[in-house]
Ligand binder design. Structure first.
Ligand SMILES: [Zn+2]
Length: 58
């Protein structure tokens, strides 16, 4: 089963992954999987979050 990996911050589609791969290989940290979309952070947003002072959105 193929799922889309989408950036949680900017909604950019990062890529497609096989759901089976999630368990077999450690790729980017997947934050949440909703339906056939896996929310994660693209490299740009992940980098920005490291640069910025830590903001927590609640
Ligand atoms: Zn992003």
């Amino acid at each position: 089963m193929k799922i889309f990996k989408v950036c949680q911050a900017c909604d950019r589609i990062i890529g497609e992954i096989e759901l089976d791969d999630l368990t077999s290989q450690s790729v980017d940290p997947i934050m949440d999987i909703v339906g056939n979309v896996a929310y994660a952070l693209c490299s740009v947003c992940a980098h920005e979050m490291e640069m910025k002072p830590r903001n927590v959105y609640h």
